[in-house]
Design a protein around this ligand. Structure first.
Ligand code: MG
Length: 211
């Protein structure tokens, strides 16, 4: 596996080989409660409905991929070992509820804090599509059939840039202040659906996937 310079890619997990739809999830404010530069395992709290939504996707064989901007790394607030501790705790808590993330990627870059920040870095940092495209290559996903769930407009924009047909914007995390901009990203070929939280997002997904 080629790991792009600077990008963190999980090494544990099942690595499903899909060839079909994948489900991309932002992490903070979506899978776990927003905690502001989450860096300590004891601050990990699974968001309401998130474990159930992920378990639902697991049950259908839909690969679940977390794509997360972690500029706390560039800001010097924490390091990759802290990040890995958070990811491990998230995986442990999800496993207790029968849910599994198949692949997780994190981008450490930030335009104000990464030395020499360039268009290359911007490809990886959401709203750039880099992490989604890379995960798609690793798992053999069909991006035009894949979905994303995010709380920020940059999540929605990353989904659109990666060629996904739709994104669900939730009101958890930074959702309330991002909703107006998120919905403006809809286009004739890209739907922005809305849900209050992950519990409500399950119903949106079930209706769309006809299951
Ligand atoms: Mg978020």
């Amino acid at each position: 596996m080629i790991i792009p310079p600077g990008i963190w890619v999980s090494t544990e997990g099942s690595r499903l080989q899909g060839g079909d739809a994948g489900l991309f999830l932002d992490r903070d404010g979506v899978v776990v409660d927003e905690a502001g530069y989450l860096r300590r395992a004891q601050d990990v709290h699974i968001a309401k409905g998130a474990a159930e939504l992920i378990a639902w996707a697991n049950g259908l064989g839909i690969p679940v991929v977390v794509v997360s901007n972690q500029s706390g790394i560039a800001r010097g607030l924490f390091g990759w070992p802290d990040h890995e501790g958070v990811e491990r705790e998230m995986a442990r808590m999800l496993a207790l509820r029968g849910a599994r993330i198949d692949l997780s990627l994190a981008c450490p870059f930030h335009p104000d804090f990464t030395h020499g920040y360039s268009a290359e870095h911007a490809q990886w940092r959401k709203p750039g599509p880099g992490m989604l495209l890379h995960a798609s290559g690793l798992l053999g996903l069909n991006l035009p059939r894949s979905w994303m769930i995010g709380d920020k407009a940059s999540d929605v924009e990353a989904a659109r840039s990666a060629g996904l047909p739709a994104c669900i914007h939730v009101l958890t995390g930074h959702g309330p202040e991002e909703r107006d901009r998120a919905v403006t990203l809809a286009s004739p070929t890209f739907q922005v659906l809305t849900a209050d939280d992950m519990e409500a997002a399950i119903e949106v997904l079930k209706a769309r996937f006809n299951r």
